[in-house]
Design a protein around this ligand. Sequence first.
Ligand code: SAH
Length: 204
Amino acid sequence: MVKHQLRARGIADEDVLTVMGRVARHLFVPFSLREEAYEDHPLPIGEGQTISQPYIVALMTEALCVTGKAKVLEIGTGSGYQTAILAELANTVFTVERSSTLSSAAQQRLRDLGYENIQFVVGDGTLGLPAQAPFDRIIATGSLPRLPQGLLDQLAPDGICVLPVGDRFLQRLLQVKKVGSSVEQHNLGACCFVPLIGKEGWSS
Ligand code: SAH
């Protein structure tokens, strides 16, 4: 997976490649789909949701430029796979999930794997977590119709957020950097994520 799907397609950050090689992706997918866990496509994880394909997880993680001191906010815990990748690289990860079923399963899984630097929250992550802000990094693993100002406000100076923004079935993956009082946006390419349902997301 690391060699053919990630390195060969341009993922170059050695820390990202190392953790993608270390975290056992098959532990995050339903038992019946374990044989497909390392293949080049998303997989269902229950509750109508999906775990992104390995390349997208690596691309987003690389663009997030996570350092060992970073306090990260993840919106959309899902299976907890992206959470694990972030927890390997960051100081602390706050992860918000709308579905309490998915959040509990991810919490159990990540605790069993020994992660101690993750805080789980059930709620509407499109609003961020104002009480825990500011965050050095923010990542959304579901799509948004627009970039919420509230999330930008919760980003620390020089912070970075990575999120898919656009229409329901086609988005641009954006890397947004907060520089002084303005923001710099980079388009990482077209993508299609499941929607974030919430106040600053989609209505259903
Ligand atoms: N990163 C996950 C995949 C997440 S799919 C993984 O690695 O498995 C997107 C997730 O966002 C889904 O689990 C969905 O339930 C959740 N979600 C949808 N709307 C949300 C919201 N407003 N706040 C938080 N999570 C939300």
